[in-house]
Write a protein that binds this ligand. Structure first.
Ligand SMILES: [Zn+2]
Length: 306
């Protein structure tokens, strides 16, 4: 059964001079007006909500964009820093190789391979171009990270080699300090190392040292760091000092007038150990100087570098 449509009367009462007005509205019409009103309100609300959310997202996008630009800039800076680092590392690798070769730790033939250890420039150019036109993505991030790891690994390798070279150089420093290398006294060279006619016997014999003729009482210095092994008087060499330098080296200083050290003393290169004399089998004041390597006599002149 159809529900009966209710009718409502609306009377508008004006002032006394006019007539009153009366409308009749059906309940159906009221419903329609109400529903349309709600619908309009809903649509309007939706539009406002949509608009707000769009502007909110827009703002978010803007922020993201700024963020991305900042990140791009940082990555760009990072990559150029890494390029600088890689170039320094390449130079360091180069120096490392040269030091290895100079210190006799590597064959000069290896020089051709120099640069193989560091991050190569080509790699870096690839890296730069990848980072230059980025939209920030995982791949380029990983790429930079990979390069950074590679750089760090190469730097570590160079560091380790340099540490090793440093140790070797330290050892060589000790060795160099222990190698006879300076004049034991100032004077002029008389009899050298080799065969000669002995001034006393007139016979040919082998002279194991270098004679340096000079003034009586001149300083005699140790030609390398070491320990005083012998301080004694011998018939042939007169007052004699023997210094042990380690690494197989000993030096002998003969015909001294007097000593300035005693057995067991530690001496440095250049330290005064005694004074030129004419003791033992000697015809005039001079120093008899010997260098021995592992017990074998050497020509002392081959060891004097200053
Ligand atoms: Zn001599």
């Amino acid at each position: 059964m159809k529900k009966k449509d209710k009718l409502y009367s609306v009377i508008i009462i004006s002032d006394a001079t006019s007539t009153n007005k009366e409308f009749t509205i059906s309940s159906k019409l009221i419903k329609k007006v109400l529903i349309s009103g709600f619908l309009l309100l809903f649509i309007f609300g939706f539009i406002i909500f949509d608009y707000l959310s769009i502007s909110f997202n827009k703002e978010k996008m803007r922020n993201l964009n700024t963020d991305n630009k900042k990140k791009e800039k940082t990555i760009g800076e990072l990559s150029s820093k890494m390029e600088e680092l890689s170039i320094s590392l390449k130079k360091m690798t180069d120096y490392k190789e040269r030091i290895l070769i100079a210190s006799g730790l590597k064959s000069p033939l290896a020089l051709k391979e120099v640069g193989s250890g560091g991050g190569s420039i080509t790699d870096l150019n690839t890296l730069k171009s990848t980072t230059d036109n980025i939209s920030i993505n995982k791949q380029s991030n990983n790429n930079i990270l990979d390069k950074a790891h590679k750089l760090a690994r190469n730097a570590k390798k160079v560091e380790n080699t340099l540490k090793y070279v440093n140790n070797v150089i330290d050892l060589q420093k000790v060795r160099l300090a222990s190698t006879p290398s300076i004049w034991p006294t100032k004077g002029y060279l008389t009899d050298g190392f080799g065969w000669r006619t002995h001034p006393f016997t007139g016979k040919r014999n082998f002279h194991y040292g270098q004679d340096i003729a000079t003034q009586l009482g001149n300083d005699i210095v140790a030609t390398a760091d070491g320990f005083v092994l012998v301080v004694e008087h011998q018939n042939a060499l007169g007052n004699l000092i023997v210094i042990d330098h380690g690494f197989g080296f000993t030096t002998r200083y003969g015909h001294l007038a007097s000593f300035n050290v005693k057995e067991g003393d530690r001496v440095k290169r250049g330290q005064v150990i005694g004074y030129v004399g004419n003791t033992g089998r000697s015809t005039a004041p001079h120093l008899h100087y010997e260098v021995r390597a592992f017990g074998k006599t050497q020509n002392p002149l081959n060891y004097i570098i200053d």
